[in-house]
Design a protein around this ligand. Structure first.
Ligand code: NAP
Length: 484
């Protein structure tokens, strides 16, 4: 089944930081894929803007190279690449200077959607907003896209929100969390609210606990210096894992519309209990097999930054009272896995003999690898020998179920950029949501700093430190295995 493509309105999309890593690796290859899918209107324009002295041809050459590097050969027909490159333009601009702004103003057409992607360091957001305003390039209908990290604590997030609010209304600001653009994450909402099956059971009465895992095999090499100032809590939990938690735990919104969905997510964040320090395990990977340790990657021999974190979270509301949510995320782990596993309670009474065994249902939503869902159900073990119960998976890998190949499933960035052009903010974070997430995160970070807490070492290629296993063992539970 090939996905249905609905073309968007004509647009001028300016990418500040158009020569940067994110633009070359994700944004422009993503736009190329939307172009080949037929979603980009014939007169759409993508304008790269950065300080590098390039002209249109120089920028096109750079993006042509990026497409060759980041899009598999069988998904890029040279004719398509050539046609796509014609949509690209470039303006040399310094966010902190005056050159280039008039040229950009002249390039922008009237009566098309205007979007400005701030793919630059957040300390330039204010300058960009100010320059755009001074040169009268922005109007009430334009949109801006801002990247993570959105602050490093509540104070800096507030300050960023205030900076942007000087020139943009909240309904013009698209804060990206690319996890929200993933097909499966949206499917989580479709599964919860598009079926009668799960919602009646989606509460503490029937759900024993929830596990959210985002495990990466890579270390922090390459961006060690940046990561060392951040750590897993700021880099992953405050944004990506928090979003997954919210979508799993939120009440049904009245409509699938931006504010209805975001209001419900916000209520979840505000209902999070503070986490006692016994319920948080921080870890840091060591070195092995010639691979550097975290401290070597970060070039900081005394670093106490966590490359792994596991925690037990309580949501203080009627729906979830008594159902813990266990979160974990880490680098250099056994496999690359992102999933949400909802473990139901066992049936209240077994009609079978004791030897038949009992099982609990489990619904797993896989973000990667093999985006899809898996529902474990109990059946009778086939064959003679009486009634013995076993668990079997009802597995739905989306690509198989929908007869898609990988290239039919849009990458998160592709979807989100098209949502910006459509003016749909549902899958973007609202300012108050981001602030609420920091307001919950800040005291946890403060508290381990005050205690001088050091992360526990763990071997690369494992499931993290031993203490993380104990976090569940002491509750009589087990983490799901991190398998490919
Ligand atoms: P990057 O590779 O360092 O690129 C920065 C871009 O900003 C370059 O195009 C640079 O071009 C431009 N720039 C720097 N100073 C400028 C100035 N004064 N005026 C105008 N342009 C300027 O960074 P990146 O990795 O692409 O990241 C961009 C943003 O996305 C950051 O906020 C980052 O946190 C976020 N992000 C990145 C990733 C990723 O995978 N890379 C993932 C998530 C979020 P010139 O030097 O030519 O000016």
């Amino acid at each position: 089944m090939v996905s249905r493509v609905i073309p968007v309105d004509p647009f001028d999309l300016v990418i500040f930081g158009g020569t940067g890593d994110l633009a070359r690796r994700k944004i422009l290859p993503g736009l190329f894929r939307r172009f080949t899918a037929g979603q980009m209107p014939g007169d759409a324009r993508v304008i790269g803007a950065a300080r590098s002295e390039l002209d249109d041809d120089g920028f096109r050459k750079m993006i042509s190279d990026a497409i060759s590097e980041f899009i598999p050969k069988d998904e890029r027909d040279p004719k398509d690449v050539k046609a796509f490159l014609e949509h690209l333009h470039y303006v040399a601009i310094d966010a902190r200077g005056t050159d280039g702004w008039n040229a950009l103003g002249k390039l922008m057409r009237k009566d098309v959607v205007h979007a400005f992607y701030f793919s630059v360091s957040p300390n330039l957001f204010g300058d960009l907003a100010e320059r755009l305003h001074e040169h009268k390039i922005i109007g009430a209908d334009c949109r801006i896209v801002v990247e993570k990290p959105f602050g490093r604590d509540l104070a800096s997030a507030r300050s960023l929100n205030d900076t942007l609010a000087k020139h943009f209304n909240e309904d013009q600001i698209y804060r990206i969390d690319h996890y929200l653009g993933k097909e499966t994450v949206q499917n989580l909402m479709a599964v919860r609210f598009g079926n009668i099956l799960f919602e009646p059971l989606w509460n503490a009465q029937y759900i024993d606990h929830v596990q959210i895992t985002v495990a990466e095999t890579v270390g922090v090499g390459g961006r060690g210096e940046y990561y060392d100032k951040s750590g897993a809590m700021r880099d992953m939990v405050q944004n990506h894992l928090m979003q997954l938690l919210c979508l799993t735990a939120m009440e049904p919104p009245a409509k699938f519309d931006p504010d209805a969905v975001r209001d419900e997510k916000l209520k979840v964040i505000r209902a999070l209990d503070p986490v006692p320090h016994d319920d948080i395990v921080r870890g840091q990977y060591g070195g092995a097999d010639g691979q550097p340790s975290y401290k070597e990657d970060a070039e900081n021999s005394s670093s106490t930054t966590e490359s792994f974190i596991a925690m037990k979270i309580h949501i203080a509301n009627w729906r979830w009272n008594g159902t813990p949510f266990y979160l974990r995320t880490g680098k250099r782990m056994r496999n690359q896995v992102s999933e949400i596993a909802v473990r139901f309670k066992e049936p209240p009474h077994s009609i079978f003999d004791e030897d038949a065994g009992t099982n609990a249902n489990e619904l797993t939503i896989r973000l990667q690898p093999n985006e899809g869902m898996d529902l474990r159900v109990t059946i009778k073990e086939p064959g003679p020998g009486g009634m013995r119960l076993i668990e079997v998976p009802l597995d739905m890998t989306f690509a198989d179920a929908l007869e898609q190949n990988g290239s039919d499933v849009p990458d998160a960035y592709e979807r989100l950029i098209m949502d910006v052009i459509r003016g749909n903010q549902t899958l973007f974070m609202r300012g108050d949501e981001v602030e609420a997430a920091w307001a919950w995160t800040d005291p946890l970070i403060e508290s381990w700093k005050e205690r001088g807490d050091k992360p526990k070492p763990y071997d690369p290629g494992t499931a993290g430190p031993e203490d993380a296993l104990m976090l569940l063992h002491r509750d009589g539970r087990r983490w799901r295995e991190i398998k490919p």
